[in-house]
Design a protein around this ligand. Sequence first.
Ligand SMILES: *Cc1c(COP(=O)(O)O)cnc(C)c1O
Length: 227
Amino acid sequence: MDDIGANLILVQAQIAAAAERSGHVSADVQLVAVSKKQSAEKVRAAFDARQPIFGESRVQEARAKIPLLPSAVRWHFIGRLQKNKIRHALPFFELFHSVDSLALATEMNRIAGEEGLRLQILLEVNVAGEGSKIGFSPDELRAHLETILQLDRLTVLGLMTIPPLSQEPEQSRRHFATLRGLRDSLARDFSVALPDLSMGMSHDFEVAIEEGATLVRVGTAIFGSRS
Ligand SMILES: *Cc1c(COP(=O)(O)O)cnc(C)c1O
């Protein structure tokens, strides 16, 4: 548990250095501590070390963990949201990073209306164009964005991506740059502010910040390997 506090200090220092290299300040970048498959005790240790935001990727796991932690903990959903889990997930998360289809956005909007909720979301983009990857292709996103922006229960804060896994962080750079370029052109063409870019994980978050990330999702560099 001692490690978690030390790891957080290191990650925060790396965030600050990367932000400075890109002409930003560390306050421009929010750290989402990815706590999937980590115990509530570990989340508590990180929260006590002043980490406020945690990312979970499974509704059931999150719903078991959340009641064990202080209500001041802020939760982001970063995984694939199945349609039949939407209603169970909506009240618990302040941001949904991974809205990956028009159908999912439409269904989230409908259920949020029934539940009297407003949701903040990011749209997940498959920037590398891999067949098996989830997310909108850039063309699909452009085709559906107007419709999504009209869903009255959803506020689209920006875009998210998971680039192809590689050992070498520099391999991710062009994908992060693609996401930023897509955001810039959509924001211009649709006259909408899309301030947030969720990109970068333990192995490549510094590169992501250099390319404009405002949210980095870091798990193992904080908590160690997942059980
Ligand atoms: C698990 C996960 C992460 C964190 O990965 P690490 O390599 O442990 O930092 C980030 N984003 C998503 C979407 C994840 O599922």
